[in-house]
Design a protein around this ligand. Structure first.
Ligand code: NAD
Length: 444
């Protein structure tokens, strides 16, 4: 399931085609490997809001070197701009003053993070100026190029001391395929601090349930959560039992073979987690199916099966785990939505309904949860898996190129985003739906 186009354009003859025909020229994205530094280079800090003073210490705690001024001739790996001090529209020029001189001084796959205050908590000129930041980051994401990514993080004042896990993710290659996103931290529910003893194993001692874990994105989620220290309990259907068992044995985890749409599935999962693991800390609703047809040809079973697996099962399982107290304090619930649930897609009325419903699931739960439990979702764009290998060639090619990075993402990109939500340090990260789509042109 490799990207043959990307392979071709990286050859000398391919580069000739790219140059002469104006074809997309994807940069090979950097991805994080265990043991590597979070940022391989220098982070330049700018802006003078309420976070500017604590930022160097926060980054230092993550082993990330930062500076206020880039040395002559040096290049920056990442830029972080504290825009929380911008209180009116005239002040927005500070963005241009900081970024313009640095744009030609970036390394490959650079990361940019702008920090703001959630506009909905403000009034008047300050609210207008803070809302304006979104246009800046979304546009910069589309023009930065060379595998770069740009995000806006709205930090509620109560979460000023809880930015570490989010910066660790967004400044590192863990967020390789995430760009143009607006993240809110501390905006929903009480705010925890992000104290983590060991940032390389933020899930040490935790138990993580992953549905649909035998292959594709689910397999990679299991691998990454295991890498981060969790004991993974993988769930999949009987047809996938042997792959599931092999993988969970490799990861020193546990497995449960069942169809998540079975009537007794929520109770069986809750019982297993309570009896064998004393509860669960991370719940990832990854299992999903597609049964594409235009609505005019949609049989009832295609509609019902997609809604049942992708939406109703996550809802009922979560309800049972919460009601029976199986989710431990500080638990993390993560849904897997899709770009189709945001932008819609031909032939996917059933699938897009289910995935928009996953966003509704996050919105309905985020203010209701207590005990430090959070809920967030990822919305993958085009991720290269067996699911997308089934898409016809031409559609697949277009689907892969229609984003700011001109390439499809990998399962690990979705998994790393989920690991950020799951981290013990992400107590303030609640109620977000983050797209893992290379900033796809579809949708917002
Ligand atoms: N691949 C993409 O580009 C993409 C894009 C957007 C969203 N997604 C979502 O990501 C998730 C994983 O997708 P993938 O590409 O890895 O798919 P996949 O088909 O490779 O894997 C899905 C897994 O879920 C399991 N599963 C299906 N129905 C189940 C059930 N009733 N009970 C238990 N397990 C069940 C399957 O056996 C399989 O192991 C899905 O929710 C999908 O909708 C994928």
């Amino acid at each position: 399931m490799s990207d043959r186009y990307q392979g071709f354009v990286s050859t000398p003859i391919g580069q000739l085609f790219v140059k002469n025909l104006g074809l997309p020229n994807p940069t090979e994205l950097e991805r994080w490997s265990d043991g590597a530094p979070l940022v391989d280079g220098v982070v330049v800090l700018g802006g003078d809001g309420r976070l500017a003073e604590v930022l160097p210490t926060t980054l230092d705690g993550l082993g990330i070197a930062s500076t206020g001024e880039l040395e002559e001739g040096a290049r920056a790996k990442a830029l972080v701009f504290d825009a929380t001090g911008i209180t009116d529209t005239a002040g927005l020029v500070a963005l241009q003053e900081f970024f313009t001189p640095l744009m030609r001084r970036l390394e490959t796959c650079p990361r940019v993070v702008v920090l703001g205050t959630p506009p909905e908590t403000l009034t008047g000129s300050e609210r207008i100026a803070q809302r304006a930041l979104e246009g800046f980051t979304r546009s910069l994401g589309k023009e930065i190029g060379r595998g770069g990514a740009v995000q806006l993080v709205y930090v509620a004042p109560a979460a000023d001391g809880a930015t570490s896990s989010t910066l660790a993710f967004l400044l590192s290659p863990k967020s390789a395929y995430v760009s143009g996103q607006v993240v809110r931290i501390g905006a929903h529910g009480p705010t925890a601090t992000d104290q983590v003893d060991d940032w390389t194993r933020p899930l040490a001692g935790k138990v993580a349930l992953v549905t649909g874990a035998s292959r594709g994105i689910g397999e990679e989620i299991a691998r990454v959560l295991h890498r981060d220290g969790a004991t993974v309990v993988g769930v999949d259907v009987p047809q996938a039992a042997s792959e599931l068992q092999t993988l969970m044995t490799e990861l020193d985890g546990d497995h449960l073979v069942l169809d998540i749409t079975a009537k007794d599935a929520p109770q069986r999962i809750a019982h297993h987690l309570r009896e064998h693991h004393g509860g669960v800390d991370v719940v990832v609703h990854n299992a999903g199916i597609t049964r594409d047809k235009k609505l005019a040809n949609m049989a009832e079973d295609r509609w019902s099966s997609v809604i049942a697996v992708n939406l109703t099962a996550p809802e009922l399982i979560t309800r049972e785990l919460l009601d029976s107290g199986v989710i431990n304090a500080g638990g993390r619930i993560v849904g897997v939505a899709s770009i189709a649930g945001i932008a819609g897609n031909v032939g996917q009325t059933n699938y897009a309904t289910s995935k928009a419903g996953v966003i509704g699931f996050v919105e309905s739960l985020r203010d209701e949860l207590d005990n430090g439990i959070t809920v967030n979702a990822v919305a993958p764009g085009f991720i290269i898996t067996q699911m997308t290998a089934a898409v016809p060639f031409a559609t697949r090619e277009v689907g892969q190129r229609l984003n700011a990075m001109s390439q499809g993402g990998l399962p690990v990109d979705v998994a790393e985003t989920i690991a950020w939500f799951a981290s013990t340090g992400s107590g303030a990260v609640n109620g977000n739906v983050v797209r893992v789509c290379g900033q796809m042109m579809l949708g917002a």
